[in-house]
Design a binder for this molecule. Structure first.
Ligand SMILES: [Fe+2]
Length: 345
């Protein structure tokens, strides 16, 4: 074979490869802790709009460590996850990079993004009280009141060390100071109906079964229970409770975020920025928030009718950067008061 014939054959092979592997000129690789059903509608809408293909790797844990291990050769462009603990944790692990985008800055309020662009919130979820429809008449509650002896033996909550609770406790430190937050946590612990265990929905089940009158949980679980055709008993759990948004008469209810970050060595950075900007758009905000009964972060994009039916959310304006800083101290307080040992017998 002559040199030119060989080159020609090589070129033909390349073009075959190009057409068989992908019809897309641009791609973006997403590493996601969020489930496929949540991302699929977003990724297909984005691809349809831009022609950019989105490849998604799903995992329940270890994505940050994986990106770290992959180092400079990591294919990861965008990390998608829930909770400020995980987003800020990714930054602390050194697997994110800063993004500056006028589009994202205009769409995502400053309280819900890292001041240095290492992570951005996409949806919010409030950590609220579920109260028994039959046994609780209160229509307003505060987090502070969870330590009031009137709730002795009546409150259910998952482990104090769960990231959802750590952020809530961090918000209490930010608002009340450390000493007051610790005292609060002690009073709260003594009001528990049982040793903290199980997930958020298990606490609502505790109300349904009569073990407790008040449960702490995230808002979207109400939607997940109300629409649970796979496990219809959860509809009964949901039906036994009302949501009361804590502190709605003062600073507002504690909110956390689901969000995104640019991976440190993103090989498709430009396409990834376009994807991140799309996720902050009206269209994507609506799709994403509705899929998991959450609140869009972008002002003016309303929550779904179901979410609105739970009452009005007034969100605490404390920045998540502030909460991130206090998470470690919050976790220490949980241990100091032995919160997870439950009420003294
Ligand atoms: Fe959750």
């Amino acid at each position: 074979m002559t040199v030119s014939a060989r080159l020609l054959a090589g070129a033909a092979l390349l073009s075959v490869c190009a057409t068989t592997t992908s019809a897309f000129s641009e791609e973006v690789n997403v590493y996601s802790y969020r489930q496929p059903f949540l991302l699929e509608p977003l990724t297909s809408a984005f691809t349809e709009k831009t022609g950019i293909k989105v490849n998604v790797v799903f995992a329940k844990k270890g994505l940050g460590e994986r990106i770290k291990a992959e180092g400079a050769n990591s294919p990861a462009d965008v990390i998608m996850t829930v909770d400020i603990g995980r987003l800020d944790g990714a930054r602390a692990l050194g697997v994110t990079q800063s993004v500056t985008s006028d589009v994202i800055s205009a769409n995502v309020p400053a309280a819900y993004r890292d001041s240095e662009g290492h992570w951005f919130g996409l949806t919010t979820r409030a950590r609220i009280t579920y109260v028994s429809k039959d046994r609780v008449t209160d229509t307003a509650l505060t987090y502070e009141e969870l330590a009031d002896p009137k709730w002795n033996g009546k409150i259910c909550i998952r482990s104090g060390q769960h990231p959802y609770n750590i952020s809530l406790i961090a918000s209490m430190i930010a608002h009340k100071g450390e000493a007051a937050a610790k005292e609060w946590l002690e009073g709260f612990k003594s009001n528990l109906a049982r040793k903290p265990s199980g997930n958020d929905r298990a606490q609502v089940k505790g109300i349904y079964s009569g073990e407790c009158d008040v449960a702490i949980g995230n808002t979207y679980y109400m939607g997940k229970m109300q629409t649970n055709d796979k496990d219809p008993e959860q509809k009964d759990w949901a039906d036994s409770v009302r949501i009361v948004f804590p502190n709605s008469e003062d600073r507002g209810s504690h909110v956390n975020i689901s969000g995104m970050a640019m991976a440190k060595h993103a090989p498709n950075r430009d396409a990834a920025v376009k994807f991140m900007e799309y996720l902050s758009s009206d269209e994507a905000q609506k799709i994403y928030a509705e899929a998991n009964f959450e609140y869009p972060v972008k002002a003016g994009v309303g929550a779904s009718e179901r979410v609105k039916s739970w009452g009005e959310l007034k969100a605490d304006e404390l920045t998540l950067n502030e909460i991130a800083k206090l998470r470690k101290r919050a976790s220490e307080l949980v241990d100091e008061v032995a919160f997870d040992d439950g009420p003294a017998s």
